[in-house]
Design a protein around this ligand. Structure first.
Ligand SMILES: NC(=O)c1ccc[n+]([C@@H]2O[C@H](COP(=O)([O-])OP(=O)(O)OC[C@H]3O[C@@H](n4cnc5c(N)ncnc54)[C@H](O)[C@@H]3O)[C@@H](O)[C@H]2O)c1
Length: 437
């Protein structure tokens, strides 16, 4: 009944409520006003914090925010010291040298290419988001290595268009060596959006900025042998079909090649895609078989070796990092200038794709035997059926086009290259005692 009375006191129309003018009610009114004022301030404060203190909600970075679990936030940048470091790193020190923006510079290939460019007097600036796809301390160690040779790596994401523009404001890069990507075929089933983020959206961001700056740089970028997918005709030639990818990784690299065609066609960007074949060597990638086989053999852990249907051999055209670096530098050296300006094409521009492989596929079983000899440890092998999660049975490069046009000639066989890798591995991880993660 008393509940009903309370409801009866509430006016049917707002504004019709009549206050009784008692001192007690005045006191209540004051305290309500004070509460209202207090909460208004709290509310306004929150709005202020949201709009003015958090990273700009309309920044290009946030528009392309990665929905994946990886932390890809760009750290803060700017300031005169930062710009000074960038200019010093990108300063050309040789006659006819180039100034190159290397994306993915803290990565395996990026570190080697950056160091090689710097050694011959080119200006180099690195860009990398140091994501945690694999052991970040290895990326930091590569960064420290480059730092010692005068290469600075800006920490940021290739999707951060504002950052890319800023870098081009500071340095007129003549070339971009675009190596930043989400690599690895199997991880695509775990984190597919990271491939779309880096290999498709990221590539578009890089090309968008490159097409709009003046002068436009020439771009050399990493595609992959994985675009040959389920092809059975060997060796793989650039003229072969590339429309049956076996993994999302391969599909994003194939998409990259089509995107490159578009930017060349519409904006006159000079674009060279390099299809790398299983690159290995010192400072390599811990997610690759030669690397984790080494770790597991040293630990006495069983390694899984895949075989194809009917005991078919799984083989890879392993290519040593120094050979890949020579191919990258040759591609940069032979890249013609982009032809566009002000975001408009002024004439036809160069568009190229090359295989960079070793032309001698080696069965994975042979790779294991070489590692056993070098490590002086017998591997515990488990033979497994090749799962259908992105890996193909074999890769084999036809490199005659790169030979003819880039003077590309790989010189390191697997035995020699693995010897150098194992020497590095043992010195870096302390004879296997301090093993990689
Ligand atoms: N290593 C190989 O065998 C091989 C084979 C074929 C193609 N490739 C291609 O070559 C390139 C280099 O490969 P790698 O073996 O050095 O790989 P890597 O993973 O060691 O290097 C890639 C680097 O790019 C960075 N990166 C990734 N996404 C980024 C983003 N959105 N913004 C900024 N930085 C980002 C990573 O932090 C990493 O340091 C990649 O494009 C890869 O797909 C490599």
């Amino acid at each position: 009944m008393s509940q009903m009375k309370h409801i009866d006191n509430i006016p049917s129309t707002p504004g019709k409520f009549k206050m009784e003018k008692s001192p007690y009610n005045r006191l209540r009114l004051h305290s309500s006003l004070a509460k209202l004022t207090f909460w208004s301030f709290v509310f306004l404060g929150l709005i202020f914090v949201f709009f003015f203190r958090s990273p700009s909600s309309s920044s290009p970075e946030s528009l392309t925010a990665d929905p994946s679990r990886r932390s890809l936030r760009t750290s803060s940048y700017g300031g005169p010291d930062w710009e000074k470091r960038i200019k010093a790193s990108a300063k050309v020190r040789s006659r006819n040298g180039m100034s190159v923006l290397v994306t993915g510079a803290a990565g395996f290939v990026g570190t080697h290419v950056s160091a090689a460019l710097k050694r011959r007097g080119d200006g180099v600036l690195g860009l990398d988001n140091f994501n945690d796809y694999y052991d970040q301390s290895l990326k930091r160690a590569r960064q420290a290595l480059l730092e010692r040779s005068g290469v600075y790596i800006v920490e940021g994401d290739i999707n951060d268009v504002a950052l890319l523009k800023k870098l081009f404001d500071i340095v007129q890069f003549t070339h971009v060596m675009h190596l930043a990507a989400q690599a690895g075929v199997r991880y695509a089933m775990e984190n597919p959006s990271s491939y779309v983020h880096s290999n498709i959206a990221g590539l578009v961001s890089v090309l968008e900025v490159c097409k709009s700056v003046n002068p436009q740089p020439a771009i050399v970028w990493a595609s992959s042998s994985s675009v040959y997918g389920l092809n059975t005709k060997v060796p793989f030639s650039e003229k072969d079909r590339t429309d049956n990818p076996a993994s999302l990784y391969a599909a994003t690299k194939k998409a990259g090649e089509e995107i490159a065609h578009t930017y060349n066609h519409i904006y006159g960007l000079s674009l060279t895609g390099l299809r790398f074949f299983t690159v290995y060597g010192p400072w390599g990638r811990p997610d690759m078989a030669y690397f984790f086989f080494t770790k597991d053999i040293l630990k006495g852990k069983a390694i899984q070796i895949f075989e194809a249907a009917n005991h078919g051999t799984v083989a890879r055209d392993f290519t040593y990092i120094d050979d890949i670096v020579k191919g990258c530098l040759a591609a940069l050296d032979t890249a013609e200038k982009s032809t566009g300006s002000g975001g408009k094409k002024k004439g036809p521009a160069q568009l190229r794709v090359y295989n960079l492989g070793n032309t001698s596929p080696v069965p994975v079983l042979d790779l294991v035997s070489i590692l056993e000899r070098l490590l002086k440890v017998k591997a515990k092998r488990t033979i497994m059926k090749l799962p259908r999660n992105g890996d193909v049975q074999f890769t084999h490069a036809n490199i005659s086009l790169a030979q003819r046009e880039l003077g590309y000639k790989p010189t390191t066989d697997l035995q020699t290259g693995l010897k150098k890798f194992v020497r590095w591995y043992l010195s870096y991880y302390g004879n296997g005692k301090k093993s990689s993660q």
